[in-house]
Design a protein around this ligand. Structure first.
Ligand SMILES: C[S@@+](CC[C@H](N)C(=O)[O-])C[C@H]1O[C@@H](n2cnc3c(N)ncnc32)[C@H](O)[C@@H]1O
Length: 166
């Protein structure tokens, strides 16, 4: 993470744990969250922090259309596997277009059994890297980890962490 303040976009920000952490560090944070209950809770929880909350989601992020090159850092923590393949193919060029030259994209992908009632798809690191490279991004780092939650780990949940640069 560079030391200077960044324009940061947290997509699928949930209740804003990461968005608030970055806002506290002085970054200019936009948090996109399509689920009202999460977004409204995040706005309440982190009302003291300067976060721009938007009601929007992938694949199109329509509220941010026209904001090409607007962000230095884009975060997708535990979000990508909620998109089906067609949505992932649409979403990656949208992500790339929002990134300034040199900007970073950090993603974590969840693998393993899908909790009942959740809309989640199997994604692979390889597919994600291929999509990112086709959209003009370069892979900086790839790491596989087990879940840190004992129950999930026992059930075979594991994660791929990916970092890209535009
Ligand atoms: C596992 S939670 C992760 C939340 C947060 N990033 C975190 O790490 O705590 C997944 C989040 O993705 C959001 N989400 C689901 N589908 C999405 C989409 N198509 N675009 C953006 N966010 C989405 C959900 O509403 C939820 O907040």
């Amino acid at each position: 993470m560079p030391q200077k303040p960044l324009r940061l976009l947290d997509i699928g920000a949930g209740t804003g744990r990461d968005a608030a952490c970055f806002a506290v560090q002085g970054h200019q944070v936009t948090a996109a969250e399509p689920t009202d209950a999460f977004r409204l809770a995040g706005m309440r929880l982190h009302a003291a922090h300067d976060i721009e909350w938007i009601d929007d989601g992938l694949p199109h992020l329509a509220a941010l259309s026209g904001q090409d090159n607007a962000f230095d850092f884009v975060l997708l923590t535990g979000v990508w596997m909620h998109l089906d393949k067609a949505e992932r193919m649409t979403a990656m060029p949208v992500l790339a277009s929002l990134m300034a030259p040199g900007a970073r994209l950090i993603m974590s992908l969840r693998h393993g059994p899908v909790p009942e009632g959740r809309r989640m798809f199997e994604v692979t690191g390889e597919e994600t890297i291929d999509l990112a490279e086709a959209a003009g991004l370069s892979l900086l780092r790839k790491r596989y980890t087990e879940s840190i939650q004992p129950e999930n780990r026992a059930n075979g949940v594991h994660w791929t962490m990916l970092a890209f640069r535009r």
